[in-house]
Design a binder for this molecule. Structure first.
Ligand SMILES: O=C(O)CCC(=O)C(=O)O
Ligand SMILES: [Fe+2]
Length: 274
């Protein structure tokens, strides 16, 4: 068993972007402690709770807009930009990331021109008991593709991994995509087509590569579309978790299928004539 210190983890306050990008590359993940200010995460959480409460009311009353993707809501998702407030600069999550130590790491890892894929930048709510929403082992490459590098900025809005469901990752680099589908992972039906069985993951990588950190407010886990991960949930957990999965790519050399994807630059571009 590697010691806890062997896991790829750094503090946001003394982060070397190039070293952090290397760690992310070599391990498929990097936990940045105190990457965001606690007050800012607290604010994101308040916004999220208010928005979920509004959608829950609509769901109960049967007025959840059809266009608004009941499908997404079934997974516990809302879109990242839905917690923006009128009159403020667009993309509150984007702004918090842009102002943090994460931004230079994303620049270094993705080679500049970092953009969020809006249709895949979501909030997710996990509540113990919502068993069908627990996500089994999978790689995001199964739906994001493997012809592109995607960084998931996974931001829990409450402490999690101990009393509320957290996230478990396989600490391993590389760009290998495992064949998927109906392998009987312990998750619910929603990921059935892309799940990887626990037995297969353990056989291939060993239990010592499995990591489910305890997340504090402000901690952010970066991982790629090749990283194997799942919801970490234990029977004794009683708390809810809302988290953000903000997926970033490099705008340079994107495959053709991204032509119509709404992308939000990490930093607004300065107009040449401004
Ligand atoms: O939050 C979870 O439980 C699963 C998250 C996940 O699969 C992702 O962010 O890609
Ligand atoms: Fe995922």
């Amino acid at each position: 068993m590697p010691k806890a210190t062997a896991y790829p983890e750094r503090n946001g306050r003394d982060l070397d972007p190039a070293e952090a990008a290397d760690l992310l590359c070599d391990n498929g993940c990097l936990l940045v402690r105190r990457a965001l200010r606690r007050l800012d995460v607290f604010d994101l959480h308040e916004r999220a709770e208010a928005f979920y409460a509004m959608r829950d009311r609509q769901l109960a009353e049967g007025t959840l807009p059809e266009a608004y993707d009941r499908y997404l809501y079934r997974f516990g998702h809302i879109h990242m930009q839905e917690i923006d407030r009128e009159g403020e600069a667009p993309g509150v999550v984007r702004r918090r990331i842009a102002d943090s130590a994460l931004a230079p790491v994303l620049d270094a890892f993705l080679d500049e021109d970092v953009r969020f894929v809006l249709n895949n930048s979501l909030l997710r709510r996990q509540r113990p008991g919502d068993v069908e929403r627990y996500v089994p082992f999978h790689q995001d490459a199964a739906f994001m593709g493997s012809d592109v590098t995607v960084v998931n900025c996974w931001i829990p809005l409450v402490p999690c991994g101990v009393e509320a469901p957290g996230l478990e990752v396989v600490v391993a680099g590389g760009r290998k995509v495992l064949a998927t589908g109906g392998q009987g992972g312990k998750g619910g039906a929603i990921y059935d087509a892309i799940d990887l069985s626990e037995e297969r993951v353990v056989r291939a990588f060993g239990t010592e590569t499995l990591w489910h950190p305890a997340f504090e407010l402000g901690d952010v886990l970066l991982f790629t579309n090749f990283t194997i991960h799942r919801t970490y949930v234990r029977p004794e957990m009683a708390g809810n978790r809302i988290s953000i999965e903000a997926r970033a790519v490099s705008g340079g050399g994107l495959p053709e299928r991204f032509a119509d994807e709404p992308l939000m630059p990490l930093r607004p571009r300065k107009r040449a004539d401004a």
